[in-house]
Design a protein around this ligand. Sequence first.
Ligand code: PLP
Length: 370
Amino acid sequence: MTHTTTELTFAVNPSDHPLAAAERERLLADPGFGKVFTDHMALATWSSGQGWHDAQVRAFGPLSLSPAAAVLHYAQEVFEGLKAYRHDDGSIWSFRPEANAQRLQRSCRRLALPELSVDDFVGSLKALVGIDQAWVPAAGTGETSLYLRPFMFASEAFLGVRPASVVTYAVIASPAGAYFSGGLKPVTLWISSNYARAGEGGTGAAKCGGNYASSLAGQLEGNQHGCDQAVFLDSATHSYIEELGGMNLFFVTRDGKLVTPELTGTILEGVTRSSILELAKELGLEPQERRIEIEEWKDSARSGEITEIFACGTAAVVTPVGELRWDGGSVDHRGDGPAIGEVTSTIRRGLLDIQYGRAEDTHGWLTRLA
Ligand SMILES: *Cc1c(COP(=O)(O)O)cnc(C)c1O
């Protein structure tokens, strides 16, 4: 059970140059996504001799890294993404951080990085959010939160190819406005048939930077065809739907099923995805994880068998999907129905209500951070 005990205490060294309150409030008024950072960051070091040590929270700032650091050459890196939500009484909570901790452990095993215990992971979030809690946007301002980005990388200065013997773990935090600043809008998707993001036996089920690097060309191809995002298919047959570059997909059928591609080893297991599968039953929907052919999407969208499609992930919560385009064609399952379907809206609202403390947390999904 050593992996579940707390080993680290994050020593807090407050920044000597925190942003003035007025300047912070100005940034919090319209933070966008991922471009404004708080005053502090959490750090810890692992070495093969000492294990995890030097856990601390200190001023946010550049890292000192050798140009020979292995991550810069061989991409031995994993990350997580979750949010801190302020409730009406001022308290700050996160949504299923233990699930993110366990997923980070699985990603670490795949990328041959050392594991961090669940308690140390949650401890690092509490230490950082504790000192930077003024950066968590006020309750009731809509869908704003403090986005937390834990990550781990090979910091050893060594060009030989083997798992690094020195590794850095860090957490940074970034206030985030509502993902859709102009209101919820359906996205148009592009079927990427030239590119795959993951292959059998590869790293598709791990949350690693390399998967994102390999998704960019497909994403760009989609943008060039006027689409917001690319849908990736399985790399072996190019016929089964996997997911977007950073979001899972769900299909609502006319007969009340909520279908999502099953986890085949090349799909990332989203925390939002598994939460929605649990919520589905409470909404009277029948959750179904199975393989879905891209031809089934095209045919059922045309026949009206599929009534709604949405993508999901921590950053954008639930995003309605509109048109699907590919080389030589397109289909829009919505016909003359509403731009955003009822099931999509209900699931989106249901998740947000739990996260922001507006609905009872009957699943025990919330963990208090500050
Ligand atoms: C992070 C991620 C998701 C969404 O996961 P959540 O835990 O719901 O945020 C989906 N697909 C990929 C490829 C991802 O990296």
